[in-house]
Design a protein around this ligand. Structure first.
Ligand code: ASP
Length: 588
């Protein structure tokens, strides 16, 4: 037996017991002939005390021990002497007095310290030695949290009558708006499997198959440009239900997360329960984005009417071109320096604004770039409409509605971080519903599905398909949290004629429809039940629960920001023989 206990589980109640532990040396200290090791395993860290009365050979061995060596310790648990307890450690009331120390394996000097998160090395270095990096308490905690989240999902969905079903990784292209990863076939020259961008088609086919309620902890593969927080593969809780309306799906998912948070992350609080529900239109008007952070106010307020007769050219020209004037109020920010306001103006420009008008509300009269151009009456009306008080800074955007919303929505987030407005213990979940069915792609000058092509349009909007696609809304919904989209889903099309129409609208020829999606259309002819579902993203949710800045910190072996696995060095070249077997020739 290598061990009787884990390092992290021992407490004062174990005092007097002889235990055997195994783990890594987290830190070593020597004090007047006595050596102290902090021994670490997944469960935690405990102090081992090595007194000079141990046999000489053992002490000689101990003298060599360094950080990250793997030791087995047999010893007696003892309460630490009065005043020596360490309240920062869970095992801080006790120590283990070693009787024998066995070196199970030495370690080279690790490439970086794992016993502190100060001075973190370059991320590529961490990923190259990920197996060392993961020993960090913080990362271990994240991986354990991820396990708890997934376990809770499985248990909860089981109680709700769901069954877990695996679907193939090697399948056919399933569009979710990204490029496919392809797997060449050796047996069928020139033919390819596609890795699913999500199990969307398969879960729908499981509904046709009568599986009723399905879920899967599903890996999704999307070959997208690697910006920000994307990974080429990521994990979703994929689920689908038969004979449901939108609100049945929302209630199920809301119940899951409402019950999960106190269990897996007791330090987090739900911002509101039940979760608020906004239409897509409303959320854009009020927060300037379809993934609002609701942990703070600062909503966008339309002041177009107040400035209808304004002399201020910037406002006037936006309004006369059919645009709007809206504002947000940054609390206690009237004293912001010129430099700070310039930085906000730069952010606004980056978001598409021509500039930024500001009013710093002060008892002695407003200051800011708009102060000279607005009347006393206008300022009074703006104050009364927005509730702005002396000491606040009002930021205005005047332009076409979509631009104004985007600019102020973006500034709202910039100000959130600058002014520290969001309570980090809060999980502010909300629903966004009633999305437009199509989005017009200016580049390709074609309509695309806003969600994915299997989403059901609102039945009342069906007749607008041909005449006014931009006015067709869908039964799609997003779950958002703290400014992130954390899930999306929809009620699906289950009728062949509607699905056909959808593909045609997306510009697919009848032949393409047949080769790409013939199996789906055919399935819809064999008694497809009404169904719907959604897919919460597990990486992002765990990231939020763990207070991490990016999803790589909650994935055991992520790709780096350039999409490479720097530990195993992938992607990499393969043997010419393999290429030949796959009928592939690399062009220089
Ligand atoms: N397949 C969708 C996605 O991956 C989710 C869903 O509609 O259930 O975003």
């Amino acid at each position: 037996m290598y061990r009787t206990h884990t390092c992290g589980e021992l407490r004062a109640s174990h005092a007097g017991q002889t235990v055997t532990l195994a783990g890594w040396v987290n830190r070593r200290r020597d004090h007047g002939g006595v050596a102290f090791f902090d021994l670490r395993d997944r469960a935690g860290i405990i102090q081992i005390t090595i007194n000079p009365d141990l046999p000489k050979e053992m002490l000689e061995q101990v003298a060599n021990v360094r950080n990250e060596w793997v030791l087995q310790i047999e010893g007696v648990v003892q309460k630490r002497p009065e005043g020596m307890a360490n309240p920062k450690m869970e095992t801080g009331e006790i120590e283990v007095i070693a009787k024998t120390v066995t070196v199970l394996n030495p370690s080279k000097t690790p490439p970086f310290m794992v016993n502190t998160d100060n001075d973190l090395p370059d991320e590529n270095m961490r990923l190259k030695y990920r197996y060392v990096d993961l020993r960090r308490e913080r990362l271990t905690r994240n991986i354990v949290l991820r396990h708890k989240v997934i376990k809770f999902m499985r248990d909860y969905l089981d109680t709700q009558g769901f069954i877990e079903i695996e679907t193939p990784i090697m399948f056919k292209a399933t569009p979710e708006g990204a490029r496919d990863y392809l797997v060449p076939s050796r047996i069928y020259p020139g033919q390819f499997y596609a890795l699913p961008q999500s199990p969307q088609q398969l879960k729908q086919l499981l509904m046709v198959a009568g599986m009723d309620k399905y879920f899967q902890i599903a890996r999704c593969f999307r070959d997208e440009d690697l910006r920000g927080d994307r990974q080429p593969e990521f994990t979703q809780l994929d689920l689908e239900m038969s004979y449901v309306h939108r609100d049945d799906v929302l209630a199920l998912v809301e119940g899951l997360f409402t019950e999960m948070i106190p269990v897996v992350a007791p330090n987090k609080k739900l911002f509101s329960s039940p979760w608020p529900k906004f239409s897509y239109k409303e959320v854009l008007e009020r927060f300037g984005t379809d993934k609002p952070d609701l942990r703070f106010g600062m909503e966008l307020i339309d002041v177009s009417e107040i400035f209808a007769k304004s002399e201020f050219k910037v406002f006037q020209s936006a309004l006369s071109a059919g645009g709007v004037v809206k504002c947000i109020v940054a609390p206690k920010s009237a004293e912001m320096s010129r430099k700070e306001v310039d930085a906000l103006t730069e952010s606004a420009r980056g978001l598409g604004a021509k500039g930024l008008a500001t009013l710093a509300i002060q008892a002695e009269g407003p200051k800011g770039t708009a102060a000279k151009f607005v009347t006393v009456a206008e300022v009074a009306e703006v104050k009364s409409k927005t509730g702005a008080k002396d000491g606040d800074l009002i930021l205005f955007a005047a332009d076409a509605r979509a631009i104004v919303n985007k600019v102020l929505g973006g500034l709202r987030v910039v100000l959130r971080d600058k002014l520290d407005l969001a309570d980090k213990t809060m999980m502010a979940f909300a629903w966004v519903v009633d999305f437009p069915f199509f989005a017009f792609n200016e580049e390709t000058q074609a309509w695309e599905s806003e969600h994915h092509p299997f989403t059901m349009p609102k039945m009342d909007d069906l007749q607008k398909f041909d005449t006014n696609p931009g006015e067709v809304y869908s039964d799609a919904y997003d779950m958002v949290c703290n400014g992130y989209e954390t899930a999306s889903g929809s009620i699906r099309i289950h009728r062949r004629d509607i699905q056909m129409k959808m593909f045609q609208m997306l510009g697919l020829s009848d032949e393409e429809i047949q080769t790409k999606f013939g199996h789906m259309l055919e399935a819809f002819e064999y008694g497809a039940p009404p169904h719907g579902g959604m897919a919460p993203g597990i990486d992002r949710l765990v990231m939020l629960l763990a207070d991490e800045p990016n999803i790589r910190e909650v994935i055991a072996f992520p790709k780096n920001q350039a999409g490479r696995d720097v530990m195993a060095d992938a992607p990499s070249e393969v043997e010419p023989k393999q290429l030949k077997e796959l009928h592939i020739q690399i062009r220089e």
